[in-house]
Write a protein that binds this ligand. Structure first.
Ligand code: DC
Length: 218
């Protein structure tokens, strides 16, 4: 399986991150969380008080922060200008702002190029929204994870404190709409991706199914 690239796309709460890490671990592959890269840029812009309601303001600063991604599935890392950003990129403030930043073409152009560089010769599981369609359309294995709105909100609520299933459902619906209707590289299932509905599956079952699909394809 040398050089293998596994593209894992889908909306938030579909089980992408845990499944992607589990699959990478099981096969001894690297792991790249592309959402963490969009979050890292967003965090840096919030700190620099960039006006996130202004796409032009985002665009002119898009190439400034240096990102560094660690691809060990047991301990993935993300650093911005040499500073560990793993914690701060998961705050509610970043989550609420990331769709606006990730819709800006200059941000996407920069990050897609960096993602392709990290993917390099392969041996990697890559999760995101546009991996099978834009970042790695040649990937031999493309999986599009889905789950019911209820299941996704329940999972996200269990990971967070101080929120409710209803609030999460509303926040996710808003982010889904922004992510799938933006002009540049929207969240989309590649024509040749296998859709996997994880609503009724636990993590082990999702990982087992993805491993089965990889075996079938490669
Ligand atoms: O997977 P996540 O929730 O951490 O992603 C955060 C945001 O980043 C998501 O709302 C949309 C954006 N994103 C993107 O536009 N393209 C990707 N490949 C990954 C994430």
């Amino acid at each position: 399986m040398a050089g293998l690239v596994v593209a894992m796309d889908g909306p938030s709460g579909s089980g992408k991150s845990s499944a992607s890490r589990g699959v990478a671990r099981a096969l001894g592959l690297r792991y790249l969380d592309t959402g963490a890269m969009y979050r890292a840029i967003t965090w840096w812009m919030l700190q620099g008080e960039v006006d996130l309601t202004d796409p032009a303001a985002i665009a002119v600063r898009a190439s400034e922060p240096a990102l560094s991604m660690g691809t060990d599935p047991d301990a993935p890392t993300v650093a911005v200008d040499g500073v560990d950003a793993a914690g701060p990129i998961r705050t509610a403030e970043v989550t609420a702002a990331v769709s606006a930043v990730s819709a800006v073409p200059e941000v996407r152009r920069r990050l897609v190029a960096e993602q392709r560089e990290i993917i390099g010769a392969g041996d990697i599981v890559v999760e995101g929204r546009d991996i099978g369609t834009v970042v790695a359309p040649e990937a031999p294995v493309k999986i599009y994870l889905t789950a019911s709105a209820e299941a996704r909100a329940l999972r996200r609520t269990a990971e967070l404190t101080g929120t409710t299933v209803e609030a999460q459902k509303a926040a996710m619906a808003r982010r889904d709409t922004l992510d799938s209707t933006r002009k540049t590289d929207p969240l989309a299932k590649a024509a040749d991706a296998v859709e996997l509905d994880t609503t009724a599956l636990n993590l082990e079952e999702v990982i087992a199914e993805v491993l089965r699909l990889i075996k079938e394809k490669v």
